[in-house]
Design a protein around this ligand. Sequence first.
Ligand SMILES: [Zn+2]
Length: 303
Amino acid sequence: MNNPKCPLCNSFDTKFDLKAKDYFMLNGNSPDFHVYCCETCKNSFTSPFMSNEELGKYYPDTYDCYKSHSKFSGFLQNLKSLNDVRIIKKTMHDKNKNILEIGSGSGMFLNLLKKEGYNVDGVEPSDSGVSYAKENYNLDLELAYFEDFEFKKKYDLIIMFHVLEHFNDPVSVLEKIKKNLNKDGILFIKVPRVDSWGAKIFRKYWSGYDLPRHRFHFSKNGLIGLLNKYSFHTILFKSDLYPLNTVRAINYYSMFSKNKVKKIIFKALNILPHIIKLCLAILFDIIMLPFKSGRMSIIVQKK
Ligand SMILES: [Zn+2]
């Protein structure tokens, strides 16, 4: 049987990489999903390629990427967000700018930008995110999938944090964004990085795969290449630490590894308190910095 076609660039020059299950939401009680890498565009994708309806059942109500698992994780998330606000302020000095966040979750990040004086809008498909943002930050997010979202104005900055990998057609998403950005408008993206040390070491237990919800797995060159193709040029690229990935990998190995020795070692590590595991993971992430961190941030400008 031929390898599947790359949904991003339509190349058939694709290679099977790994087989995994839904460990995050279904505890491994799912069919197998395959990851293929594309030799042409250097990104990877999940196979079989599911429609939005088919994939819907893998998004239970409890799926919430924005929920912190502990006070310490919440504190780290807050530090990261404040750093992203700093980057945005450095990139856009004028406060009289329109910002849209695609997949704004609970509205936490948009609220930080609103406090800085920017005009903010958000589009979010989950009911719980939209109500949380209204109740806690008085933000009126639009309840919609971005594919159905109708732009009422153009924006100077569009933000997509850990969203692009979920779409079934990132190319049309990028085209829609480009059309609705002002001249010199900026796009700020964060995604897991498939050419990171975490993906190479943990393989199917790397939580950046999050199968089958992540349909695409971008490498640095692959993402930059894709954005260049749609007339965006890079103004900032940075690696982001991803310590929670190591904590999750420890948990997955302790539960699912077929190697008895590994299972015993990871079970022993897994009984440590969450905060200790997270601190060890941060230390490990810092040591591994030269080998490409598990997440990446990129800021690009419309040409
Ligand atoms: Zn491709």
